[in-house]
Design a protein around this ligand. Structure first.
Ligand code: GDP
Length: 140
């Protein structure tokens, strides 16, 4: 298995409820290392660009409004098989379908306010990491 990096976002529903530490603990317990981290608030333009692939979806405007509604924590996670492992720790998009013990099962409020984002493939991981971090920000 290869060591990979993936982009994680702790979403505004989770920062609002002060869940940052509990979510980070889930990553670390799964063997993922936080190699870059920044708390920020997305602008509308940033959220639209980041979720550009969903532009034609009916929930796009609502998703952008939600993602700009409060602070987020953007992080680079590193570890063996990090992209798939992070998706596993996150759980299914809809918390109603998420497995027990996953972040979304334990913390998500809804299919939209689902507490975390995680890259879904190596190419998107590389692009999403580049979206938020320069190489100098990432210290493994
Ligand atoms: P993810 O990779 O599991 O985050 O899921 P997607 O890439 O399919 O969707 C991106 C994000 O859009 C999700 O994490 C949700 O925040 C939101 N989303 C997805 N599906 C829906 C939906 O049916 N309704 C609403 N309101 N938001 C959704």
């Amino acid at each position: 298995m290869a060591v990979e990096r993936t982009l994680s976002i702790i979403k505004p529903d989770a920062t609002r409820r002060n869940l940052t530490g509990r979510i980070i603990t889930k990553f670390e317990e799964a063997g993922l290392r936080i190699v870059a981290s920044r708390r920020t608030r997305l602008s509308t333009a940033q959220a639209e660009l980041f979720y550009g692939v969903h532009r034609e979806r009916p929930f796009f405007r609502s998703l952008v409004d939600f993602m700009t509604s409060g602070p987020v924590v953007v992080q680079v996670l590193e570890g063996e098989n990090a992209i798939a492992k992070n998706r596993e720790v996150m759980g299914a998009t809809n918390p109603a379908n998420a497995a027990p013990g996953t972040i979304r099962k334990e913390f998500a409020e809804s299919i939209e306010a689902n507490s975390v984002h995680g890259s879904d493939a190596p190419e998107t991981a590389a692009n999403e990491i580049r979206f938020f971090f320069s190489g100098l920000d990432i210290v493994g």
